[in-house]
Structures are given as C-alpha cells and as structure tokens.
Ligand binder design. Structure first.
Ligand SMILES: [Zn+2]
Ligand SMILES: [Zn+2]
Length: 387
C-alpha cells in the first residue's frame, strides 16, 4: 500500500497552499492569517466541527467516519508557526515579512495535514472520528501546552495522538521513528554573579566575577561528565557570558551567564537542575561572590509510546517501504505535552538534501507531501478500519 493516488492528484493544490503559507509566515501565537485559512479550508472540506481559538490561535477540525461503532477518536497534529529569521532562499515565494520565515517547515506540516483532512473528509473510509489539530507557537511558545490546558483532549474525546516533522538530511519521503524518549527537555538558565568591581591593577581590593564565572562555566561541565549516568544523555551549554565591564582596566561588578540544559528523562532533568544550583552557589561562595539564578523549565522530554510507535512504523513501512530507527534528538518539541496527556507517536519524514531547519536557506520539500499525507491517511484507516 504505497503512496495514495489521491495525494498525487491533490499535490498541486497542497503545494500551492504550502507556498502561500511560506510567503506569509507568522510567529508564535500570531498565526491569525494561517489559522483563518486553516479554519476556512476545514469548513470547506466538510468537517463536522471547526473550532478556532483553542490555545489562543489554535484550530481543531472534527471529521467523522462512515461509521462509529467503537467510539474511537484519533488526533493528528501539525504546527503552524514560523521563526524570527530573515529568509535568504531567493525563492519566488520567499517570505514577504521582514524577519519572519518558515525555516522549520511548519508551512509544509500545515499543508500536509490540510491535504489529509481533505482526503479523509472526502472518503470517510474509517470507523470512528478524526480530530485534526493545528497548533501555534511550537517554536518556544508552548502552543501545544496551551491547547492541552484549554481542555482539548477531553473536549474532543481524543484517545491517541500522532505528530510528524520533516527532517533535512533524510532521503525525501522516507520515515524514521523511535519508541521512548525522542526529543529533549529544553530548560534554560540565567545566572548573575555579583562580585566587587574595581581597578584592574588592584585585584586584591575586588571580587572578580569574571574569574568566578570562568570557574562556574568549567564546573558546570561536570554535570554531564561526572554527575549524569554516562549511558544517559544530557547537554549543558553556556551560550552567553557577559561582563558588566567593557574596559581593559576595570574589574567588573557582575557577570551574566545564560545557557540551556537538554535532558531526556525526568530524573536526569532534576539532577541537572539541582547540580546547577549547588555548583553555582558553592563556587560563588568559595570566592566571596553571590549568585542570582533564574531557572526556566521549558518543554518536557518528548516520549513516544511503545505500541503507537510500533503501529506508526508499520504504517510508514506500508507507505514508503521502510522505516528507520531515528536517532535521539536533543532539540525540543512542544508535541511533548500532547504525548503526556495521551498515548501516541511522532515520526520524522525525510526532507531530502536541503539546508537544516532554522537555517535562512532552508525550504520545505514539496516532494515529501504525498508520503506525509499518505502516512496521515493510513494512520486513520488502519487504526480505525471501516466497519
Ligand atoms: Zn523548529
Ligand atoms: Zn519544527
């Protein structure tokens, strides 16, 4: 059961939708135009219900199968938001908005799920209900979390939920997935080390926060090398070191450190947060400095459920002939919140040999659309076979 023929027929339409979204990117929760187009199309396809304003600018559509003997309900989720990047693709349909760009392919995700919704509303060849979910603010805003907090899962009776992301560097239209932890928790920290500024030639009269911050930066590396179990994964990256002094001859009063911690389990996540506080506070104390630590909890780890992952991989094999084991990814994914509320799985679809996501030269590959749409449709038709 390879690519569905209907998606080859719909490809010009879906491609046109995708390019229109690409030309008109919207960031975080500002996906007003995009959500409007999604809602309009879902209504035109004949969805039984189209609800806007879930998770601020999220949209949900409901499609009922020919029959509903078992009361099954499956959620299919796409993200709609773009990134604050200035596009440098030179494409004829490049972003018309300065400083905004669909550099993660969410234009493609939205278009593919719309294509699948059109097909499912036309054919309704399943026994149950499909809930198509279009979320804003995947890129750091927690739009998926807000849709969950708005009670989406209960309101629509969603029992299982599936997600998909394009992946540059994977062969076009090929699939990869893994059970268990897949994407990382994305926590951030902001540390201000307060010393005692003074003349650079009289260090004995100062508490030099630059020296303390250097010790802190090095000591933080031991969270991964000495504290976390070596068979687990963790990343600690200090990404910004800013001294309050810009002069050659002034010892700073304070230094600000910023960075991120990526982990795949709640245990390692908690360990890393705890160790960060201890290391920073104890190091500062040793040198007579003080620290103010602000720790921001980001997305939780995204964990694929075993049974749904196995099923999603089988469907991918049916569509593309194979499904690879995906690597662990230390980036974050807002779909994590939906997988915390319901069993489900998230799969990667190959974008071919393109620039990486979040790069100004990136573009979603329209050639991946038939594979992506077919996977969505098959998830529904195989999980809820027509009675
Ligand atoms: Zn992204
Ligand atoms: Zn993305």
């Amino acid at each position: 059961m390879p690519i569905k023929n209907r998606f080859a027929e719909l490809l010009p339409d879906i491609t046109a939708w995708r390019r229109d979204l690409h030309e008109n990117p919207e960031i975080l929760f500002e996906t007003h135009r995009t959500a409007g187009i999604v809602a309009e199309k879902l209504s035109a396809f004949g969805c039984e219900e189209v609800v806007t304003g879930i998770g601020r600018t999220g949209v949900v559509g409901v499609i009922k199968g020919k029959t509903d003997t078992a009361g099954k309900v499956i959620g299919l989720r796409a993200d709609m938001d773009a990134l604050p990047i200035h596009e440098e693709t030179g494409l004829p349909y490049a972003s018309k908005t300065d400083g905004a760009m669909h550099a993660c392919g969410h234009d493609g995700h939205t278009a593919m799920l719309l294509g699948a919704a059109q097909y499912l509303a036309e054919t309704r060849n399943f026994d149950g209900t499909v809930v198509v979910i279009f979320q804003p603010a995947e890129e750091g805003g927690g739009g998926g979390r807000e849709m969950c907090e708005d009670g989406m899962m209960d309101r629509f009776g969603i029992q299982e939920v599936y997600g998909m992301h394009n992946w540059p560097g994977r062969p076009l239209g090929s699939f990869a997935i893994r059970p268990g932890p897949f994407f990382a928790a994305t926590d951030q920290f902001d540390i201000t080390i307060e010393g005692q500024g003074g003349h650079a030639a009289k260090p004995q009269e100062t508490i030099d926060p630059v020296v303390v911050s250097a010790q802190v930066v090095m000591a933080l590396q031991t969270i991964v090398s000495r504290n976390a179990d070596p068979v687990e994964q963790a990343v600690v990256s200090v990404t910004s070191v800013e001294s309050s002094s810009k002069a050659f001859n002034v010892i700073a009063q304070s230094v600000q450190l910023k960075g991120t911690i990526r982990t795949l389990t709640p245990e390692v996540r908690a360990l890393a947060e705890d160790r960060l506080h201890r290391i920073v506070n104890a190091t500062c104390e040793a040198y007579g400095a003080t620290a103010k630590i602000t720790y921001y909890k980001g997305y939780p780890p995204m964990v694929n459920h075993a049974a749904q992952t196995e099923f999603a991989a089988k469907v991918a094999i049916d569509v593309a002939g194979a499904c690879d084991e995906a690597p662990l990814i230390m980036g974050g994914e807002d779909f994590a919140y939906m997988l915390e509320e319901r069993p489900g799985a998230y799969i990667l679809v190959g974008n071919g040999d393109t620039a990486a996501v979040h790069n100004a030269a990136y573009n979603f590959s329209d050639e991946a659309i038939p594979a992506g749409c077919s996977w969505w449709a098959e998830i529904v038709e195989q999980r809820m076979p027509a009675a």
